[in-house]
Design a protein around this ligand. Structure first.
Ligand SMILES: NC(=O)c1ccc[n+]([C@@H]2O[C@H](COP(=O)([O-])OP(=O)(O)OC[C@H]3O[C@@H](n4cnc5c(N)ncnc54)[C@H](OP(=O)(O)O)[C@@H]3O)[C@@H](O)[C@H]2O)c1
Length: 294
């Protein structure tokens, strides 16, 4: 059986990105959406079986262990899912001649550079999550060569799932004040906008290696929280204004170390894909106002 030209298998289909990919899929693509219950990527046989059976021309690999802090105490599991799982998916894709688009993270960088990271800049992850995602990137490059593309993104949020925007809205309803780290800088990115960029990349079989994609602009977690409050009030999702207090990361200890500056330079992908992402705040507004569902 040959590969169907426009058949894509999505792993991690129940996650933020997995759902956004399904919602934004162009009509020419036949989508096989596999959540963690249908396909556990740590099970090499299961991955091989489903890819051999369904013969996609493309695998969009959105499954990952994404709890950055929990990964520090569950390193084996994080490595099994992120590094091992990606290796299984890459091997299975290679075996049938499919392309693979894999999603990685700004947390492969240590943040010391102080200006936006280009795809070729040297990674140096500070924690288990970033380290296991870097291993995944290496597996994709090593096993798939020109049929493998890793797209690094950052600070993903969507209308569903576990993310900073939803946590902030909840805390702002429950508490009389919220404190948020103000000395870590990155780029909030709407899962739907990443998904649209990935579908553009899907149409470009010549793209391989590593690309960076986020919404435009940058800000601290504190800036993001202030914007969530302002846009949440404007969208009627919040009814009162609570003080948002800037914190130093030294006053807000977490199990995982995180880069203080992890803005990604997206120039290469913007030019390759012919897309200009909106400023992150514009997409935050669109998400909170319910434009799109992801
Ligand atoms: N979230 C961010 O801020 C962020 C930032 C940069 C890059 N990324 C990357 O972007 C991609 C998508 O992230 P996301 O935000 O959509 O994450 P997410 O919402 O946590 O979704 C990840 C999905 O992977 C699934 N999964 C976990 N273990 C699995 C396994 N063994 N087999 C199959 N599926 C498994 C999860 O299923 P269960 O829920 O059932 O466990 C979940 O549905 C990931 O590669 C992530 O590393 C995310």
């Amino acid at each position: 059986m040959s590969l169907a030209e426009y058949r894509v298998l999505i792993t991690g289909a129940g996650g933020q990105l997995g759902r956004a990919l399904q919602l934004t899929a162009p009509p020419e693509w036949e989508v096989l959406a596999c959540g963690s219950a249908e396909l556990d990527v740590t099970d090499a046989d299961a991955v091989r079986r489903i890819v051999r059976l369904r013969r996609p021309s493309l695998v969009m690999h959105a499954a990952a262990y994404t709890s950055v802090d929990a990964a520090e105490s569950h390193a084996e599991l994080a490595e099994a899912v992120n590094a091992g799982g990606t290796r299984h998916v890459a091997e299975a894709a290679a075996a049938v001649g499919a392309r693979l688009i894999h999603v990685s993270t700004d947390y492969v960088f240590d943040g010391a550079q102080g200006h936006p990271y280009a795809p070729g800049d040297g990674p140096n992850p500070l924690g288990v999550y970033g380290r296991t995602k870097l291993l995944a990137e290496q597996a994709v490059a090593g096993l798939l060569g020109t049929r493998g593309l890793t797209v690094r993104t950052a600070w993903l949020y969507s209308a569903q799932g576990r993310n900073f925007a939803r946590s902030m809205l909840r805390l702002m309803r429950e508490r009389d004040e919220v404190g948020v780290v103000a000395d870590r800088v990155g780029t909030p990115t709407w899962a739907q906008s990443l998904a649209e960029a990935l579908w553009s990349a899907a149409a470009r079989a010549d793209l391989h290696g590593i690309l960076h994609w986020t919404d435009a602009g940058l800000g601290s977690w504190y800036d993001f929280a202030v914007a969530i409050q302002e846009e949440g009030l404007a969208a009627g999702l919040l009814t009162r204004d609570v003080p948002v207090r800037p914190l130093a990361s030294s006053d807000y200890r977490t199990p995982a170390r995180r880069p203080s500056y992890s803005v990604l330079d997206t120039r290469t992908s913007r030019s390759a894909l012919g897309l200009q992402p909106p400023h992150w705040r514009v997409n935050l507004r669109r998400m909170l106002q319910g434009v799109g569902h992801a």
